[in-house]
Design a protein around this ligand. Structure first.
Ligand code: GLC
Length: 566
């Protein structure tokens, strides 16, 4: 059952606003404290009201939940925590009937160690066909007691775990770029390729509109799995270090780790492109590829590969007009050169929410989470102000924008989570040195006066919700002029009415250096990243992220004006 057919042939994804639902934390219909698919279905009308075009669902597949569902043990089923395949069908039909497309996550770099394929590999002997589906290697040292190379897991610690043979003696090692419960496949295996084509078809046959591809830059590893030490400044998910000329980093330092962004991944996406193209409608592949610079990332969205890639360069840009202008130009150029739309994104389930991140004063913290002992914790008032301004800028830009559930409420990162509540493997694998991502994954508040703020039909919530979130609950903002929710609704409505997503960026001069001002068709957007007020140019004000005093735009604010024709 696919529900109502949406208008085909429109390449809808070029201009879409895609809302990320993190199923654990969106809405819980059965009262167990964990979000579920029925909860999502019940809340879809409120997303329709927000004005989004599509939802992307983080994994809801069968999983032991060692990495919150990014450890899949059955790619073609729903975990009982979240419901059943029938619940998925209802969700999809409800969404389609509302005119909302549905993108699901696919996790091809690794499975769960509970997956039958991995269990079969463990039971089989070295050199077997079953082992060839994953990345098993003999250890180094006299008795194979040393790992095959020096790679480290993104979540901390070694990227290798040694197996135990059926007779109890230590055996081969297997690679896991993430948690030890997430063994990496070996994509040289044609068998693996065929399984994933079948997984894609399973969901396409059910009617999904596309896939967000997890770790889309990680599936192929350099031959020989050579040792590699990442530069200290590099992000753990790949990409070039931000300050490449730091002492210790020389021209010989390879920019690309032997496990990220290897050329061989492109062949896989060309193949997947064909799988999707055999289906009617405009099905989409969106890459989670942490690749620097943007011109490299654009390779993932060449015409015969994927359709979109998350613009992490934009996400990582501080609230600074000069840097924003430059990343916007670079994005439009890099993606435009391959005929793809740029995407824009400020938050997701892996990074510090932008209502906190944009006011952090410490360095390079976004990938590691923040917690009670973090130095430079944000001023929440300033953070929200900047987040509203940054979102207003983002939603005016041509291309496709991704929203992360709760950002439309202005939710900050939950900083004060008790240690015992934390679930991110990063926290455990680094002995609490890195807080990890739980702070952006706290269940969202719907109704201030209800238990668990209406997240659940019961009182429980798998991560505790900060008491002050009552004031940010959806029912406290709905219909309230100037609330963050109404700001998002207005931005999405105007974006559609003025066709901003298919427009262009024409920078306007004559402003303070702290201002990024541009024209997109009949709308002029003025983003003031400084703290001092500025005078707005002529033109009726369509939207403002802060209250204006006359024609004065305060600091850390964005306004949209109707362009006055010269
Ligand atoms: C991606 C996901 C992240 C997950 C990791 C391993 O980066 O977004 O949440 O932990 O892949 O699957």
């Amino acid at each position: 059952m696919t529900g109502t057919e949406l208008t085909p042939g429109t390449e809808w994804w070029r201009t879409a606003v895609i809302y990320q639902i993190y199923p654990r934390s969106f809405a819980d219909a059965n009262g167990d404290g964990m979000g579920d698919l029925a909860g999502i279905s019940a809340r879809l009308p409120q997303l329709k009201d927000l004005g989004i075009d599509a939802i992307w669902l983080s994994p809801f597949y069968t999983s032991p939940q060692r990495d919150a569902g990014y450890d899949v043990s059955d790619y073609c089923n729903v975990d009982p925590l979240f419901g059943t395949l029938d619940d998925f069908d209802v969700l999809q039909r409800t969404a389609h009937d509302l005119g909302i497309r549905v993108i699901v996550d696919i996790v091809p770099n690794h499975s769960s160690s509970d997956h039958g394929w991995f269990q079969a590999a463990l039971a089989a002997s070295p050199g077997s066909e079953e082992r060839a589906r994953y990345t098993f290697r003999d250890g180094k040292g006299d008795n194979g007691e040393l790992p095959p190379n020096n790679w480290e897991s993104v979540f901390g610690g070694l990227a290798w775990t040694r197996t135990t043979d059926p007779d109890g003696t230590p055996g081969q090692w297997y690679l896991h770029l993430f948690d030890s419960s997430q063994p990496d496949f070996d994509w040289d295996s044609e068998w693996v390729r065929e399984q994933f084509r079948a997984v894609l078809r399973f969901w396409l046959d059910r009617g999904v509109d596309g896939f967000r591809v997890d770790v889309a830059h990680g599936m192929i590893k350099a031959p020989g799995l050579p040792d590699y030490t990442p530069p200290a400044e590099g992000g753990s998910m790949g990409g070039a270090p931000s300050s490449i000329l730091e002492p210790g980093i020389t021209a010989e330092t390879p920019l690309t780790a032997p496990y990220w962004a290897q050329d061989g991944v492109h062949e896989i996406y060309r193949d997947w492109h064909q799988v999707l193209a055999a289906y009617p409608g405009d099905r989409v592949l969106a890459a989670e590829a942490w690749v620097d610079p943007l011109s490299q990332m654009a390779k993932w969205v060449r015409p015969d590969e994927m359709h979109q890639a998350f613009n992490f360069a934009y996400l990582e840009t501080p609230w600074n007009a000069t840097q924003l202008k430059s990343v916007i130009d670079d994005s439009l150029e890099a993606f435009g050169n391959v005929g793809a739309p740029s995407t824009w994104v400020l938050s997701n389930h892996d990074v510090v929410r932008h209502a906190s991140r944009l006011a952090l004063t410490g360095d390079n913290l976004q990938g590691h989470g923040i917690g009670p002992k973090t130095v430079g914790l944000p001023d929440t008032v300033l953070g929200l102000r900047r987040a509203r301004a940054a979102s207003a800028l983002m939603l005016s830009l041509p291309g496709s924008s991704y929203l992360y559930q709760g950002e439309e409420l202005g939710l900050p990162e939950a900083v004060d989570l008790p240690d015992h509540a934390r679930e991110d493997p990063t926290w455990f694998r680094t002995n609490g040195e890195r807080y990890g991502r739980d702070g952006c994954r706290v269940p969202i508040p719907w109704e201030a006066a209800s238990e668990s703020f209406g997240f659940s039909t019961g009182a429980k919530s798998w991560l505790p919700q900060p008491a002050e979130w009552a004031g940010l609950a959806r029912d406290q903002q709905d219909g309230v002029a100037d609330s963050t929710l109404e700001l998002y609704k207005l931005a999405l409505r105007l974006r559609r009415e003025h066709s901003l997503a298919s427009g262009t960026v024409e920078w306007q001069g004559g402003f303070d250096p702290a201002v990024a001002a541009y024209r997109n068709g009949d709308v002029t957007v003025v983003a003031n990243t400084g703290s001092a007020s500025i005078q707005l140019p002529a033109g009726d004000v369509l939207l403002a992220s802060e209250e204006l005093v006359g024609r004065t735009l305060p600091g850390d604010a964005t306004a949209w004006l109707l362009t006055v024709q010269p």
